[in-house]
Design a protein around this ligand. Structure first.
Ligand code: SAM
Length: 342
């Protein structure tokens, strides 16, 4: 019986380092970096004996997750970024653990719901701008998040990526990707099934080969057909190394003429609040990597930034009818063009 990751810093969630000494279980710390991408961020499992809940208590191994897989932590006990976002933007797909984390986050950053709503509206503006400016019809929405609903006839409400793209090109197609199985399931049912030109995939953006090998992404990546990759509030959840690897491999793999649209939490736009958010996420087992403008720019070094460059999301080109955030907001946004890379 061994512990494969004693260095894990998610102490509230991880079992004590000497757990195996007591013969309780073989513990595999389920860090997403180590390939356990089917689980939500920061979760882990007990092999053989049972599962550990956030409060440190164990439950029998015959517990199953929502898809019936045995031996995995029940999602509802651990918060996920997508569900916290859903809760803070008025959705209904969340559990108590998500609401508890949301409350802690709000203490650090009361502007978070507005920021996330503004990020969604930016997504609509960016997709329409990409579709009309570059004529792109193929979209890969990485870290798509849970589908949201619109209330009433608000013409300024954000659109899902397919709706925004199809409002410019009726034959647009979108592959939604998320590594949270609940998000992928909802995306499959709510987004993909309604439109013939959409698909949803459960995949980890950090495992590039696996992502690109999925039939849906393969179908999107036809030679000579440029693709718009959306990484809207995705890289903020990915380590420096994995984020650099992803954007570099995208630059090398995408057809010429492709673009990358990024939004990213801006460390230097609210340093204290971002640090406090990172601490609260970490206490819940979720890694959060806000970055300075310079840090984000360095990630995108292989890409050519389109005007106006990497700017606070509120300063990014507004598109007709869809307002941007008031003020700068707390994230950066950019659209980058795929360079000719060998
Ligand atoms: C804050 S939400 C952003 C949702 C949406 N893109 C938006 O801008 O409204 C971040 C999403 O990224 C997903 N995510 C985080 N890390 C990921 C990874 N390595 N691969 C795929 N999805 C990931 C999360 O599950 C979550 O749904």
């Amino acid at each position: 019986m061994t512990i494969s990751d004693t260095a894990c810093r998610h102490t509230p969630l991880c079992p004590p380092a000497d757990a195996s000494d007591h013969g309780e279980a073989r513990v595999v710390c389920c860090r997403p970096e180590q390939g356990w991408s089917r689980l939500c961020n920061g979760s882990f499992r007990f092999d053989d004996c049972g599962e550990l809940l956030p409060d440190g208590s164990a439950v029998p191994a015959h517990s199953r997750d929502l898809c019936g897989r045995p031996g995995f932590v029940n999602w509802s006990h651990l918060p996920s970024v997508a569900r916290v976002m859903d809760h803070l933007t008025g959705g209904s797909d969340h559990y108590q653990a998500d609401r508890d984390l949301a409350a802690a986050l709000l203490e650090a950053a009361p502007w978070l719901p507005h920021e996330w709503a503004a990020n969604r509206r930016h997504g609509t503006r960016a997709v329409r701008a990409i579709a009309s400016r570059y004529g792109i019809r193929r979209f890969l929405d990485l870290g798509c998040g849970l589908p949201f609903s619109r209330k009433g006839d608000d013409e300024q409400a954000p659109l899902h990526t397919y709706e925004a793209a199809a409002s410019v090109h009726g034959d647009a197609c979108v592959v939604y990707v998320d590594n949270d199985p609940m998000v992928a399931g909802h995306a499959r049912m709510v987004l993909a099934e309604q439109h013939p030109f959409t698909a949803a995939v459960e995949a980890d953006a950090r495992q590039f080969d696996g992502l690109v090998a999925t039939p849906e992404v393969q179908a999107l990546l036809a030679p000579g057909r440029p693709v718009a990759v959306l990484a809207h509030d995705l890289l903020s959840w990915v380590s420096d190394r994995a984020a650099r690897d992803l954007v570099t491999r995208l630059a090398r793999r995408l057809p010429a003429g492709s673009v990358l649209s990024v939004t990213h939490a801006g460390l230097d736009l609210a340093p204290e609040a971002m640090e406090a958010l990172a601490d609260r996420y970490a206490a819940a087992g979720i890694d959060f990597f806000p970055r300075s403008r310079q840090g984000i720019q360095s990630l995108l070094a292989l890409w050519e930034l389109e005007s106006p460059g990497l700017v606070p999301t509120g300063q990014w080109h507004p598109a007709p009818h869809i307002p941007g955030p008031t003020g700068n907001g707390f994230s950066y946004a950019a659209i980058a063009y795929r360079p000719e890379v060998s």
